[in-house]
Design a protein around this ligand. Structure first.
Ligand code: GLY
Length: 452
């Protein structure tokens, strides 16, 4: 099967790695990919937001399956666009992608279908939003309605900070206008987990639950980020909690999607607070979490591409995926300054040393080849006949570093280790991180320690 992964982050490197191990994959392409994905297939230098060019490429290669990593192309309708031309796509249609692209839509969907969620209010008028903050006790959870790359949420008990952020969001001064409409929701107590499920429109299949670590600093302090690390499994979560997530969240979501005729064929991410009353949904995402994908995918065994193709076709039968018993820890290595401004261009060393450790994987995100050349194949630009992926047929792939790299983004690498238990996987992940060096490297030292 010829498979295209869309995206260029750590999540897409992990997806490409997992798909490259699928016996049914003969050719693997990543668009645009990153230096890490070069060792797994062919990087294609086409902007995924140029849907016409994506379609032309897929038709030329006779692509069997397109797996969309990030939310932006989904929110803009790439799945509908390609499906209309007969291409199988793993990813929801534009209307269903509003579950992530509009926090207000998602909350209203949860209300309509009895999916447990915190109390919330939606505001379009900054005066009314500020009145609400002035008359209610904090803390407040303020969420930009639109897509904000993980930067659209503020949790604060400081009224003046809440009012200031509301002004900045709702005037469009920050987040490129994604916060002109906001949701203010009740601040729940409990612990957060990420539950992801494959959804084919008729059925769902839950993947192992993970826990993200969204704040920058140890002790869950500092600003929100896209995610600084993850673990799977999540020890305090009981089998009853998992059953409740299936019954009270995913079953209801599926029914809601069907009732509202929303085309959902992909993975659905539920960010949950496990409260005394059970799980409550904080957010939906319409794609794999990042870094949750880097943490969870290594725990799966089986022909992932075959399962994704069934999901894309709306016919997920018995899911021939098994979950490895080992625990997984992912630590994100970032550039100092992230999620704010940071310098880039620092040489990264030690990736090969880390990969030499047992059960360690290093997924790339904010990296660039040392020479600075764009790490893409000419396939996207030229009209060549389909080629096999650069590294040929998938075997037991190693998400290695085929080219020397330098830092080029905020979240640079995701270092994942499997171990007999969480403690062993944590120890291994941190040993691997200690072998990787670049100027300004920053990572949390307490992934897997917080809230457990
Ligand atoms: N790690 C959070 C997210 O992917 O949205």
């Amino acid at each position: 099967m010829r498979v295209l992964v869309i995206g260029s982050g750590g999540r897409e490197h992990a997806l490409a790695w997992a798909l490259s191990k699928s016996p049914s994959v003969s050719e693997l392409y990543v668009m645009p990919g990153n230096p890490g994905t070069l060792s797994l297939g062919e990087n294609i230098g086409i902007d995924p937001m140029n849907f016409g060019a994506v379609l032309e490429f897929c038709q030329r290669i006779r692509m069997d399956l397109v797996v969309v990593g990030p939310e932006n192309p989904l929110a803009n309708g790439i799945a509908d666009y390609l499906r209309a031309k007969g291409i199988s796509v793993f990813g929801p249609g534009e209307m269903a992608a509003k579950l992530e692209a509009s926090k207000a839509f998602a909350k209203q969907f949860m209300s309509r279908h009895g999916i447990p969620h915190p109390r919330f209010e939606v505001f379009q008028d900054p005066i009314k939003a500020k009145e609400y903050v002035n008359k209610t006790p904090g803390p407040w959870v303020i969420k930009a309605d639109g897509l904000a790359l993980g930067k659209g949420v503020l949790v604060t008990g400081d009224r003046s900070e809440a009012l200031r952020v509301l002004s900045n969001m709702m005037s469009g001064k920050i987040l490129q206008g994604a916060g002109r409409r906001v949701v203010i929701e009740e601040c729940l107590s409990g612990y957060e987990v990420t539950a992801m499920a494959l959804v084919d429109g008729e059925r769902f299949h839950m993947l192992p639950v993970a826990k993200d670590h969204k704040r920058l600093l140890d002790g869950d302090e500092g600003p929100m980020t896209g995610g600084m690390g993850a673990i799977s499994p999540v020890p305090p979560l009981s089998p009853e909690d998992v059953r409740s997530i299936e019954k009270d969240v995913f079953e209801k979501v599926l029914r809601g999607l069907q009732e509202e005729d929303l085309d959902y064929r992909g993975v659905l991410y539920a960010g949950l607070m496990i409260t005394r009353e059970g799980p409550k949904v904080l957010e939906f995402n319409v794609r794999f979490g990042d870094p949750e994908a880097q943490c969870v995918l290594p725990r799966l065994e089986g022909d992932l591409a075959a399962v994704f193709l069934e999901v894309a076709r709306g016919r997920m039968n018995d899911v021939p995926l098994t979950v490895r018993p080992e625990a997984s820890t992912t630590v994100v290595m970032a550039s100092r300054g992230y999620p704010g401004e940071y310098e880039k261009g620092f040489v990264i060393s030690g990736i090969e040393d880390a990969l030499a450790l047992e059960n360690v994987l290093v997924f790339q995100a904010g990296t660039m080849p040392l020479g600075g050349a764009s790490p893409v194949s000419s396939l996207g630009a030229e009209s060549k006949s389909p080629l096999k992926g650069a590294s040929g047929k998938a075997g037991e792939k190693h998400p290695g570093s085929p080219v020397p790299v330098k830092t080029w983004g905020g979240r640079v690498l995701s270092v994942t280790a499997l171990g007999a238990d969480l403690e062993e996987s944590r120890r291994r992940a941190y040993e691997a991180c200690s072998l990787i060096r670049f100027d300004g490297a920053y990572y949390r030292k307490d992934i897997g320690k917080i809230g457990l």
